[in-house]
Design a protein around this ligand. Structure first.
Ligand code: ADP
Length: 158
């Protein structure tokens, strides 16, 4: 079975990576795909985010990296994924995620949304927290893959 893990990944965190690693053990393939959301102005370009994901996942079998705009269910069908994966950190994620999952159900009933609980020690992590810490010179080594830490350093210490 193939799964699609969509997100902004702006940038990829160790929380995302942990979920990818665990999902790779459950599915034949996991497509990690960057959503180009016109409503969001990303910090990192699409190419940078794809490169961050490629580098961080190169040792994990069954990972494919892609990107899309438009409806997630359309992309799931295009890459033959039966499942859309989303991570749940806290109750605050739940309501929004459930709304999206229900919407996707009405658009494409055969594509299932599965939620995975994040690793407890990564549940505080978000791309925005990471950027906030890096912006003010804090250490993000325990929050992001090494390649992303370098990109953040370059971005904020110019
Ligand atoms: P989006 O803008 O689509 O929410 P994100 O990059 O913020 O994109 O998140 C992508 C997915 O990863 C979402 O399902 C989100 O819940 C999940 N996620 C975010 N942070 C973590 C984390 N620390 N651990 C595991 N999953 C996470």
């Amino acid at each position: 079975m193939r799964a699609l893990y969509p997100g902004s990944f702006d940038p990829l965190t160790l929380g995302h990576l942990d979920l990818i690693d665990r999902a790779a053990r459950l599915f034949d393939a996991v497509v990690v795909a960057v959503l180009q959301n016109p409503a969001k102005q990303p910090t990192f370009s699409l190419e940078q985010r794809l490169e961050q994901i490629r580098r961080a996942t190169e040792g994990i079998p069954g990972i494919e990296v892609g990107h899309f705009d438009g409806l997630t269910v359309n992309y799931a069908q295009a890459c033959e994924a039966q499942v859309i994966l989303r991570g749940l950190r806290a109750l605050s994620d739940f309501e929004f995620e459930l709304q999206i999952a229900h919407t996707n159900q009405t658009l494409a009933p055969r594509v299932e949304t599965l939620f995975m609980a994040t690793a407890a020690h990564h549940s505080f992590l978000s791309s925005s927290v990471v950027k906030e810490v890096a912006r003010f010179g804090g250490d993000v080594g325990h929050m992001v893959p090494a390649g992303v830490a370098i990109d953040l350093e370059r971005l904020f210490n110019r």
